[in-house]
Design a protein around this ligand. Sequence first.
Ligand code: 2HA
Ligand code: ZN
Length: 281
Amino acid sequence: MDTKLVRAFTKICTDGYNQGWHERNGGNLSYRMKDEEVEEIKDQLNEEAEWLEIGTSVPDLKNEYFMVTGSGKYMRNIQLDFEDNVAIIRVNEDGTKYKIVYGLINGGRPTSELPTHLMNLEVLKHRDPEMRVVYHAHPANTIALTFVLPVNGVVFTREIFEIMTECPVVFPQGIGVVEWMVPGGREIGVKTAKIMETQNVAVWYHHGMFAAGHDFDEAFGLMHTVEKAAEILVKVRSMSNIKINTIEPQGFRDIAEAFNVSIDEKYLFERKTYEIGEKPE
Ligand code: 2HA
Ligand code: ZN
């Protein structure tokens, strides 16, 4: 299969691998397909495939088609063999089952994080029908921060916002966090989808990150921006736990006005010192 969508899906997988975010089979990707994209390849889809349990229910995604990476598959191999590593699935009439209508030609199942991907895509569709991409990766600096920052989305967001001026412009809604949990099931999917009701990025403690977007560029760009800021914060904290200069709360209000974005005041708490990871009063 060689369509514009296949090429764009493949590119983000390769780009993420080249960033070092996809060791072995780490990370996964899903995309809610447009009607015209399904139409384009309709004659290649096997609608006779068996129905399988999703493990959760996503009624508002009924009958829709998704392009998803395969469980245990390596992101670095997608550019070599798309049909072996990626699936197109269709969700059934009540949103509890799916069937593999294309791909995974040598067997296998969609990503182990399928419940999280579909629950996120459902919530994102409610927010904005054109939000179509959910991307999961294991970027090292973001994961490193989860060992030194409290499990607190406000603190995590403020630290990342302060470290690079671009951050509150790119994701003014901030970052949601999920405490360490066993991955792959419904429970972690529910927590992540709750975050995606209002935010585009969720950090899983000691595991990785989920980023959402209208398209692959947006989801990749968001992951890249958070991870770049996390890298700088790791460097700063490696030198000292105290910042002697930083962006002050009023600076963020000025950014919000200049770039016409809305930054929640909860992120703009006053701090007594510039100790990294300090919690608000
Ligand atoms: O695909 O990243 O979270 C492997 C994972 C599971
Ligand atoms: Zn993972």
